[in-house]
Design a protein around this ligand. Structure first.
Ligand code: NIG
Ligand code: FE
Length: 403
C-alpha cells in the first residue's frame, strides 16, 4: 500500500516535540485523542480528524505508539544456555558459572562452531520475536565471536537482518566482551588486536564500539585505549559499566565521552551527576537483573529526578537476559524501578532514537517521520506494563508496511 490511513485510533501517543526527553519531560507523551494517521510511501504525512479518502486500516479505538526501539541487545547468537539457567535455579551464581568455563565463553564456542547460515537462521527467529512484540528498530552487538573472522560473521548477520527483514538494525562491535581463550594470559594483546586489526576491518559494518568493564573482564586502561581507537575511526563509544560491581564505571564513561553508559545497577549519586554533566545516556537493562535473580535494580528514579534522559533496553542475550520483549522490560521498570508507565514508554521510543542518532526519522509520530507504528490491543497504554507476560502488540507497521 503506497498511500493509506490508520483510522479510528484511540489514544495516539505521538511523542511529538523534543527529540531528547530528560527528567520531567519523560512524562510528556504528546497524546492526541483519536483521529487518523495518514501514511504515504512509508512516511507519516498527517494526523487528522478528517475522513481520509484512501485505503484504510481500522484501529478499532486501540492505542497507537511509535514502534519500540531496543538500543542494547546481543540478539545474534547461536546455541542456548538453558543448562546455566537450570544451574542458577539450583543455586550457582552467574559469576560461579563463568568461572567454571560457562557464561559468555560458552556462547563464544557455539557461535564459532556455527556457520554463517546457521547463525543467520537462529538470529532470524530472534528478530521475528522482536518484531512480534513491537520492536521495529534494534541495536545488536557482536562479541560472541572473538576472532576477526567470527566477529565479522556476526556483523554480517546483523547487517543482513537489517536488509532482509523489516527490523532496522544498528551494529556495535563488542570484541571487548571477554578475553578469548587464545589470549588467556595476554589481555593487552587482545586489546591491541581489537584496536589495530578488528576495528579497521569491521569499520564499514559498525556504528559504535562497546566494552564490558567488570572484574575479570576489562578495566579503565582498556577503555581508554578503545576510546582512542573509536575516536580515530569516527565511531561512537558505548560501555557496559557498574553491572555486578561498582568500579566507578559511570564516571569513566563520562570522562571518555561515551554516548551511553549501560547497566548502572551499582551506580550511585556522584556517578549519575557525571553522566548528566557530560550528556551520557543511561541505558538501563532490568531484564538482566530479573533473569539473574538479583534484587538491585538501577536507580532510575534518581536519574530521572536529576534530569537525565533514561533509556530502557532488553539486553537480549542467552546468558543474563533471555528476553526479546521491551514490554516485559517496561513492566520490570515500573514494578521494580519506580518508573511510571509514561516514562517507560518514552524510554523505549523517543530517547533510544536520540541515542542511536535516528531521532530525525524514528521514535515519534509526526509528519515526515518513518511510519514505524504499533497498534496495541488496549485503549489504555498503562496496560502494556501492567498486564505482564501478555503480548499486547496487535498490529506492527514498519516503514508503512503492515507486518
Ligand atoms: O550485557 N555483561 C556482559 N554481557 C552481557 C551478558 C552476556 C552473556 O552472559 O552472554 C550483558 O549482560
Ligand atoms: Fe549487554
Amino acid at each position: 500500500m503506497k498511500r493509506f490511513a490508520i483510522t479510528n485510533c484511540g489514544p495516539i501517543l505521538t511523542m511529538a516535540g523534543a527529540q531528547i526527553r530528560a527528567g520531567r519531560r519523560m512524562s510528556d507523551l504528546g497524546a492526541v485523542d483519536g483521529g487518523s494517521i495518514l501514511i504515504e510511501n512509508g512516511l507519516i504525512t498527517e494526523i487528522t480528524n478528517a475522513q481520509p479518502d484512501c485505503e484504510q486500516i481500522d484501529a478499532g479505538g486501540r492505542t497507537v505508539t511509535p514502534g519500540l526501539i531496543d538500543s542494547h541487545t546481543h540478539a545474534v547468537f547461536a546455541g542456548s544456555r538453558a543448562n546455566e539457567y537450570e544451574m542458577r535455579a539450583r543455586g550457582d551464581s552467574y559469576q560461579d558459572i563463568a568461572a567454571a568455563g560457562g557464561g559468555i565463553l560458552s556462547t563464544v564456542k557455539s557461535v564459532r562452531e556455527a556457520d554463517e547460515d546457521g547463525l543467520w537462521k537462529q538470529s532470524l527467529k530472534h528478530a521475528q520475536w522482536m518484531l512480534d512484540t513491537g520492536t521495529t528498530t534494534a541495536e545488536i552487538k557482536s562479541g560472541y565471536g572473538l576472532t576477526l573472522e567470527d566477529e565479522l560473521k556476526m556483523l554480517r548477520v546483523i547487517r543482513d537482518l537489517g536488509s532482509e527483514t523489516p527490523l532496522d538494525t544498528h551494529a556495535t562491535l563488542l570484541a571487548a566482551h571477554a578475553v578469548p581463550p587464545e589470549f588467556k594470559r595476554d589481555k593487552d594483546g587482545w586489546m591491541q588486536t581489537i584496536c589495530e586489526e578488528i576495528i579497521p576491518a569491521a569499520r564499514e559494518l559498525i556504528e559504535a564500539v562497546d566494552i564490558f568493564i567488570e572484574q575479570g573482564y576489562f578495566d579503565a586502561n582498556d577503555a581508554r585505549q578503545l576510546a582512542e581507537a573509536a575516536k580515530k575511526h569516527g565511531l561512537a563509544l558505548r560501555m557496559h559499566v557498574d553491572q555486578l560491581t561498582n568500579s566507578g564505571g559511570a564516571k569513566l564513561a563520562a570522562e571518555l565521552r561515551a554516548v551511553s553508559a549501560d547497566h548502572l545497577e551499582q551506580t550511585t549519586g556522584d556517578g549519575v551527576r557525571e553522566l548528566r554533566r557530560y550528556g551520557v545516556f543511561p541505558v538501563l537493562l532490568p531484564g538482566s537483573v530479573y533473569a539473574l535473580g538479583l534484587s538491585r535494580y538501577p536507580n532510575a528514579r534518581l536519574m530521572i529526578d536529576e534530569g537525565l534522559p533514561v533509556v530502557l533496553a532488553t539486553d537480549f542475550n542467552p546468558g543474563s537476559s533471555p528476553t526479546p520483549s521491551l514490554q516485559m522490560v517496561m513492566s520490570f521498570a515500573c514494578t521494580h524501578m519506580a518508573m511510571t508507565p509514561a516514562e517507560a514508554l518514552t524510554a523505549c521510543t523517543a530517547n533510544p532514537a536520540a541515542l542511536l542518532g535516528i531521532a530525525d526519522h524514528a521514535g515519534r509520530i509526526e509528519p515526515g517521520m518513518q511510519a514505524d507504528l504499533v497498534i496495541w490491543d488496549t485503549d489504555d497504554y498503562r496496560d502494556i506494563p501492567y498486564y505482564f507476560g501478555v503480548n499486547h502488540a496487535h498490529t506492527v507497521i514498519k516503514k508503512g508496511r503492515v507486518l
